[in-house]
Design a protein around this ligand. Structure first.
Ligand SMILES: Nc1ncnc2c1ncn2[C@@H]1O[C@H](COP(=O)(O)OP(=O)(O)OP(=O)(O)O)[C@@H](O)[C@H]1O
Ligand SMILES: [Mg+2]
Length: 390
């Protein structure tokens, strides 16, 4: 069950029903790791298929425009275009008056033309029954795919202009998408309907956890439900799954089961989401969030700068990048806090050495590159590490 995404789906399906050129037919989905971009695209694709539309779904890496033109578009044209297969008579013995029979002529093009992406897309929309169309779905938008995206969006833009039945949905990390949109020729996609996969509203999360449990014949206490409801997409299904399995023979999912569920889900979150998110950012940005993890709550930029041995200007640059990446958010004047739940704990357990046990075999904390900075040791007192926290 996809929690809290009804509005985005409706904008898209309304646009499919509204006819060619409706603004919701170009949709851009952004959000940090694990926020549900891919499942959102899947839901949009499914909604289009249910309406009889064709879906071309791809990861937006370099070369993707050629790949779609050379494989997916021809395959669909082969299946849907009336002129896909032509029957030629070759080698027949035909006798024409005055010419005689037995001659076969073959013509070879000396200047073969490779049809463009746009040509194939137009042919495909021509071939479909009225009202049906093609959705192009591109996941993991990446600046490396800039030229491809430019070709694809230009073809889609023309299709819109010519009232063809085409829609484009695309998803990516906020920074990657912002970088991509600075490429010239992206005006069309810059004007696309943009949805950020921020938190899922808590009532939707509770509903998405509670309903499947009750439909399967068990119950959950309100306190347990409260512990499970975080509002972070990645956790919605996972916490429910692990809480369910904690004590399968009991009718009721208890608070203790909920805590087991959260712990297991958070471990998974660390491996899959936090590590991926930390890989996406630069060394200095990683050092910045690690320095933030020392604090119990929101971090003061000036403190973080001191811990990193850098000045306020530099610290503010890292701050800006990290806010754009949606990993941190402003929390009052001069303060920032984490947006990804449990990232603080993950950084503490993986990257911060202990004060009273510095020899413990932990991975080295990320370092600031560039000479001239005297970095202070970033350490968490042991008593703080052992305290459970969000
Ligand atoms: N709205 C939602 N309701 C319930 N579960 C969700 C929702 N969104 C995401 N999830 C869960 O979170 C997991 C991660 O979602 P998804 O893979 O779509 O994230 P993503 O934003 O594409 O991440 P990445 O940036 O790493 O590609 C999904 O497998 C799904 O279980
Ligand atoms: Mg994804």
């Amino acid at each position: 069950m996809l929690a809290g995404r009804a509005e985005e789906l409706e904008v898209f399906t309304d646009a499919l029903d509204a006819g060619p050129g409706a603004p919701g037919r170009a949709m851009l989905v952004t959000g940090p790791r694990g926020s549900g971009k891919t499942v959102m695209l899947n839901a949009l694709e499914d909604a289009a298929r249910q309406r009889g539309w064709l879906v071309i779904s791809q990861t937006a890496r370099r070369g993707v425009a050629d790949e779609i033109r050379d494989t997916q578009l021809p395959a669909l044209l082969g299946a849907y275009a009336d002129d896909a297969i032509e029957n030629h008579v070759t080698g027949a013995n035909v006798s024409l008056p005055g010419i005689g029979g037995g001659m076969t002529r073959t013509r070879t093009e000396n200047y073969p033309v490779t049809p463009s992406f746009r040509f194939y897309l137009e042919k495909l929309t021509d071939a479909l029954s009225p009202g049906l169309g093609v959705v192009l779905s591109l996941d993991e938008l990446h600046p490396g795919a800039g030229q491809d995206l430019e070709r694809i969006t230009q073809a889609v833009q023309h299709a819109f202009r010519e009232d063809r039945q085409v829609a484009l949905v695309a998803a990516g990390l906020p920074l990657a998408v912002d970088d991509l949109l600075t490429v010239p020729g992206m005006t069309f996609i810059r004007r696309a309907e943009r949805f950020s996969m921020k938190d899922v509203p808590l009532p939707d999360v509770r509903y998405a956890i509670q309903i499947p449990i009750e439909q399967a014949g068990r119950r959950i206490t309100p306190e347990a439900l409260e512990v499970l409801a975080e509002g972070y997409s990645f956790l919605v299904q996972l916490v429910g799954y692990h809480a369910w399995n904690s004590n399968r023979e009991h009718d009721v999912i208890s608070l203790a089961d909920a805590h087991v569920g959260v712990d297991k889900a958070v471990a998974r979150l660390g491996r899959l989401v936090h590590e991926a998110a930390l890989k996406d950012i630069s060394d200095v940005d990683r050092a910045f969030v690690t320095a933030m993890a020392v604090d119990e709550g929101p971090s003061r930029i000036s403190d973080v700068a001191t811990r990193l041995g850098t000045d306020g200007n530099n610290a503010n640059q890292y701050r800006r990048r990290l806010i754009e990446a949606e990993l941190i958010e402003p929390a009052g004047h001069g303060l920032v806090q984490f947006t990804l739940p449990h990232l603080r704990d993950h950084l503490r357990s993986r990257y911060l050495p202990l004060v009273d046990d510095a020899s413990e075999d932990l991975p080295a904390p990320p370092r600031l590159s560039g000479a001239g900075h005297q970095r202070q040791a970033i350490v968490v007192p042991r008593h703080e590490r052992d305290r459970p926290r969000r």
